[in-house]
Write a protein that binds this ligand. Structure first.
Ligand code: GAP
Length: 447
């Protein structure tokens, strides 16, 4: 967290006003990292797959969508309130209640039976009640019941209500998928762990429409593909695992769910969810809207509601995971070197261009020329605000894979030094070749 703030990855939202709980802003480096994560996801899920297309639906949707999807009735967590300080807690986050089943978490006698008290001041807690996680607002000038709309708590519903539009216009045949990246909002009772659980966050979701008899097979395939995606961008395999949801913890829409979990410093937690949603969403939307959402298979002449296999990743949680997994400290000549060993595609800057002597205008000019050439293709940065040793350390700490140094000899022989972040090896190459060299290295690293 301290590196994130110090180097400009993540800042608390509205900090000059004391902040707002569970909302975070991405600084200059954070926005590059998160954009790179989203781009990498889009490339593997849409660009490189013939059967998946993209969508960008609105955050606000017809309120009926959330009634039909079950979110108005079901999208809630059991919560208790302290009688003295009026703080609210998720029951399953109270010490002693972590492993209870959903039914036990809503048991009216649970607080007494387990002797649960307020973790903040030890005060008495209320019986559990359901707390809906959706943010509510009003559309239009009149703030009454009829004008209530919700901020979407998942991007998935935007895909389901566009199922027919997308299928007809893209002429896709089952199995096919629709992918979307966008903001989602949840009024989490216990947000926390930095950007791990926020109230405003981004999701990267893909809904795969399949024949019901093939759903189990597609589910297995997507589960493995999604875990492999994190590994292909450098996440330590031993820190990833699958965890299947018990029947009593399944979300209201899920027939089966497996999380790809990551071993965060605060324990194994969900990084991404893979869900078999059956025909829950399309059948309900078809019934409630009166639209025919069946698929007709011309080869078998079968009409059916496709089942949905969903891969649901977090843009923020993904970026956070790549950031944490990349962090390492190592001893170099008796000093501690902090490195963010990002996969080059995810690194905020690919190249830093550094002058060895900033007092020599010809050196600075050549640096700017090189930086401008590189900037036509990749994110590059020029920095002359410290000694070369400090500049290298700074770039290591923000994960820049390559540093280019221009020195007095460069003016004579047109050669520059390229330093590798991980090996710290340096090599002399012709300045004219630098754009090609960085392009080759990025291509070589591509998953
Ligand atoms: N459409 C299915 C769905 O929304 P989910 O397991 O509730 O499933 C999917 O959420 C992913 O969204 C999670 O694995 C996580 O990466 C991200 N996510 C969910 N709630 C979040 C929160 N409060 N803050 C940050 N990311 C969150």
């Amino acid at each position: 967290m301290s590196l994130s703030k110090r180097r400009g990855f993540v800042f608390p939202s509205s900090e000059i006003y004391g902040g707002i709980n569970a909302v975070w802003d991405y600084g200059p480096l954070g926005v590059e990292l998160k954009n790179n994560v989203k781009r990498a996801w889009w490339r593997s899920m849409v660009q490189q797959r013939d059967e998946i297309v993209g969508l960008d639906a609105g955050i606000l949707m017809a309120p009926q969508v959330w009634v039909t999807s079950g979110h108005v009735a079901e999208f809630s967590d059991p919560m208790v309130e302290c009688a003295t300080d009026h703080r609210r807690f998720r029951v399953d986050e109270l010490p002693g209640a972590e492993d209870l089943s959903p039914a036990a978490l809503m048991d009216p006698g649970i607080v007494e039976r387990l002797g649960l008290t307020c973790p903040a001041d030890g005060g008495p807690l209320s019986a559990p009640r359901k707390f809906n996680l959706m943010f509510q607002t009003w559309m239009g000038p009149v703030q009454d019941e009829a004008a209530v709309v919700w901020l979407r708590p998942e991007t998935a519903q935007g895909i389901y209500v566009n199922f027919k539009n997308v299928r007809e216009t893209s002429r896709k045949k089952v199995p096919f998928g629709i992918a979307q990246i966008g903001k989602a909002f949840r009024n989490e009772i216990s947000p926390g762990n930095f950007v791990f659980r926020m109230r405003e966050f981004e999701q990267m979701e893909m809904q795969y429409f399949v024949h019901p008899s093939a759903a189990a097979e597609h589910f297995e395939a997507w589960k493995h593909r999604r875990r492999a995606w994190y590994e292909s961008f450098g996440v330590t395999p031993a820190r990833l695992r699958f965890r299947e949801h018990r029947p009593d913890e399944l979300a209201h829409y899920a027939k089966k769910a497996v999380d790809v979990e990551y071993r965060f410093p605060f324990g194994w937690k969900e990084l991404e969810g893979i869900h078999n949603r059956g025909d829950w969403d399309l059948s309900r939307h078809a019934a409630a809207s009166g639209e025919n959402l069946e698929y007709f298979d011309p080869t078998t002449e079968e009409h059916y509601i496709p089942w949905i296999v969903e891969t649901s990743a977090g843009g923020d949680r993904g970026a956070f995971t790549f950031l944490m997994d990349a962090y390492r400290e190592e001893e170099v000549r008796g000093e501690t070197r902090v490195v963010l060993g990002f996969h080059p595609e995810l690194a905020p800057y690919k190249v830093a261009v550094l002058p060895l002597l900033k007092k020599r205008p010809e050196i600075v000019e050549l640096c700017h020329r090189i930086k401008d050439d590189l900037s036509r293709h990749v994110m590059a940065v020029y920095d002359d605000t410290a000694s070369i040793g400090k500049l290298y350390r700074r770039q290591d700490e923000i994960g820049t894979p390559w540093c280019v140094t221009v020195d007095v000899d460069s003016l004579e022989d047109g050669a520059i030094t390229v330093r590798d972040r991980d090996s710290m090896l340096q090599e002399r190459v012709s300045a004219d070749r630098i754009v090609e060299l960085i392009g080759d290295r990025l291509a070589a690293a591509a998953p």
